[in-house]
Ligand binder design. Structure first.
Ligand code: FAD
Length: 287
């Protein structure tokens, strides 16, 4: 199913998972999917790492399992920075063979150790290419606080509009912890003529280490309230996790109250966290 159709019902609730790292057994991702199954997300998106993936658990293979075994729509992430037109055509053929209809088209992060191929300098180039060479529903990334390389949010939103004009039918946001940033971004995007659905990306704080790593990677800011929680429970991981989950639930409920088109939960392959959140936001036990 094309993911854009899911937005006919609002809000869409979706998950992100990632292929296992080389030192992790490949079965772990399939166990994670078994445990996410009965949470009935509207779709699950699968990331694509710069270093490729472990044989047997590539982005495309995981998407195939999500669709065929679990009956859940899947979105395959595809960063273009290290791809050539030929390699993307090969990936398109694999997606088509596996029945993958949805792609999250990205530029990908620059890696100083890898010379970027210049076929897809920006995500918009990849979106246009995918439109031309396949019949995919294409999503793109957006950044409520602006992409770290952009000079300012307004400029970033101009480039976001280029992705929509190139054919992105919906957007999934970078994680953020301060909802007013998302609302201000959404308003600016609308003023810039962006009218496609925008899902809010939520990554629950489950440990001090994970949040510090993510925030340093993506540049999301930590509002005072969350900073205080993290300081209060800095020596108490269990309480920090509980407080982080409550914070995420409050964020999600507020987003739903404020008409968010969708909530995309960065599950970090942790079904327990996803389950707890889904139970709390629906008020129903998920067994
Ligand atoms: P773009 O939209 O191309 O933007 C990148 C920068 O270039 C921005 O600063 C933008 O303002 C600027 N820009 C765009 N067009 C122009 C132009 N014409 N002229 C000048 N400047 C321009 N990375 C992965 O490697 N694998 C993943 O699976 C993955 N999944 C992600 C999922 C989500 C929901 C998000 C939000 C990010 C994900 N990323 C992933 C990270 C992403 O690859 C990085 O954030 C990357 O740095 C930017 O990708 P983009 O597609 O947003 O790039």
């Amino acid at each position: 199913m094309k993911a854009i159709r899911l937005f006919e019902k609002k809000p869409v609730l979706s998950f992100e998972v990632f292929p296992p790292k080389p030192n992790v057994p490949i079965e772990s991702i399939y166990d994670t999917l078994d445990n996410l199954h009965d949470l009935h997300p509207d779709f699950i998106s699968v990331t694509y790492g710069a270093g490729g993936s472990v044989p047997g658990a590539s982005t495309a293979e995981i998407c195939e399992t999500i669709m065929q075994k679990h009956g859940i729509p899947a979105i395959a992430h595809l960063p273009g920075i290290n791809e050539t037109k030929e390699s993307v055509l090969e990936k398109i053929a694999v997606f088509q063979e596996k029945g993958i209809e949805n792609v999250l088209a990205l530029r990908g992060d620059r890696n100083p150790a890898i010379e970027p191929k210049n076929d897809f300098r920006y995500a918009a180039d990849l979106i246009a290419f995918l439109r031309e060479h396949g019949d995919f529903d294409i999503a793109a990334a957006c950044y409520p606080e602006g992409h770290p390389e952009a000079p300012d949010l307004d400029t970033d939103i101009l480039h976001l509009r280029e992705k929509v004009d190139a054919g992105a039918s919906h957007l999934i946001s970078q994680l953020f912890y301060y909802n007013p940033d998302f609302y201000a971004f959404r308003e600016k995007a609308a003023k810039a003529g962006i009218s496609v659905p925008i899902e809010a990306g939520i990554m629950p704080v489950t440990s001090k280490k994970s949040i510090e790593r993510m925030v340093s990677l993506c540049g999301a800011s930590i509002p005072n309230r969350l900073a205080k929680l993290m300081a209060r429970y800095s020596d108490d991981p269990a309480s920090l996790k509980a407080a982080g989950l409550e914070y995420a639930i409050m964020q999600i409920l507020d987003l739903m109250d404020n008409g968010a088109d969708g909530i995309h939960i960065y599950t970090m392959n942790n079904p327990d966290v996803a389950r707890y959140i889904m139970e709390q936001i629906s008020g129903e036990p998920r067994i």
